[in-house]
Design a protein around this ligand. Structure first.
Ligand SMILES: Cc1cc2nc3c(=O)[nH]c(=O)nc-3n(C[C@H](O)[C@H](O)[C@H](O)COP(=O)(O)OP(=O)(O)OC[C@H]3O[C@@H](n4cnc5c(N)ncnc54)[C@H](O)[C@@H]3O)c2cc1C
Length: 288
């Protein structure tokens, strides 16, 4: 079965410039966990502790929860019969959250591909450094014909602004292509600022200059990996009501995916619908 994803339709202006109207998110990686290999370690403490029976817990919990719970219970060697059993995993993680022991949540990671997101959104996203990894389309290397744009939600409901958006992305795309054409001509003529030995460097010298005319609403696909502690912080900052609607939509979409896969780790979040129809998240246990 494939991983969950939420895709976005690609639109075209009358003159063929491509744009999207929604953030899209594909889950690329989630935890896969097998703790059965710990049997010898658990048995090594002797039969009297009954630690190995931890592996026979009759309740199944999702992999991310299992990983973080095992890691957390290692801290106190809480593997014996008096431990918190898996059927009380909700209580276990409520305690982790309320006591601020969020470091155990750093073991579980998720990787996403986001597209249909603008450069302004991803600029906000990449400010989150702790527990995060990013790989983003390079405007210096991408083929200039692959540039697409993202229409803000407000423009989609105000016809005058929608028309301005269409006209603006057509003109900025055309200017971008025109600048690149002029640069390539000058490059072929040997202008020293544009020369390079390798083919990729030649393209880079053109693209890095031409991209200066692209607006914030250019699309900026990005692959992002977050551990659950970092992810929770990002959700609290970016799915909050004061966040920009574009990143709030993206963050809420990410929440829906991970809440589906690791419901106990995100069960404290309360989604609330805002007057504009989008959702924000609230929790009583922030920044664990
Ligand atoms: C509504 C909103 C408005 C904003 N407006 C602006 C703005 O006007 N201008 C602007 O520049 N930015 C702005 N930001 C970005 C904000 O300042 C942060 O840079 C961004 O949210 C990343 O969060 P973070 O600092 O918690 O970093 P993360 O990387 O997400 O770090 C998570 C946590 O780890 C700890 N941490 C991370 N790095 C360090 C470190 N180097 N030293 C010590 N502790 C660390 C901190 O406790 C931090 O909260 C805004 C953010 C929001 C949500």
């Amino acid at each position: 079965m494939s991983f969950p994803s939420a895709h976005a339709k690609v639109y075209s202006t009358p003159n063929g410039v491509l744009y999207l109207r929604e953030p899209a998110c594909c889950l690329l990686m989630r935890p896969e966990v097998d703790i059965s290999g710990t049997r010898e370690f658990l048995e090594g403490y002797g039969d009297s502790f009954e630690f190995a029976k931890y592996l026979d817990d009759p309740t199944t919990i999702p992999p991310a929860e299992l990983l973080c719970k095992f890691a957390g219970q290692l801290c106190y060697l809480s593997f014996g019969p008096k431990r918190t059993w898996h059927h009380k995993a909700n209580e276990y993680f409520a305690n982790i959250r309320s006591s601020g022991h969020g470091s155990v949540l750093e073991h579980a990671c998720f990787t996403f591909l986001f597209y249909g997101v603008s450069r302004s959104v991803t600029h906000e996203l990449v400010r989150h450094r702790a527990g995060a990894g990013y790989s983003q389309v390079s405007q210096r290397y991408q083929d200039i014909r692959t540039v697409r744009f993202v229409e803000r939600p407000e423009y989609q409901v105000i016809p005058e602004l929608h028309e301005m958006f269409i006209s603006r992305i057509e003109s900025s795309y055309n200017e971008y292509i025109r600048v690149a054409d002029i640069l390539m001509t000058k490059q072929a003529e040997g202008l020293k600022e544009l020369t390079a030995d390798k083919l990729t460097d030649l393209r880079k010298k053109v693209n890095q200059c031409a991209r200066s005319v692209l607006p914030n609403e250019v699309e900026a696909p990005i692959v992002a990996t977050f551990n659950v502690r970092a992810l929770r912080h990002i959700l609290e900052m970016r799915a909050a009501e004061p966040a920009d609607i574009e990143i709030r939509k993206m963050a809420y979409m990410m929440y829906c995916l991970v809440n589906h896969l690791a419901p106990i780790l995100f069960e404290d979040y309360k989604p609330t619908q805002l007057p504009d129809g989008t959702y924000c998240l609230k929790t009583d246990t922030s920044k664990v």
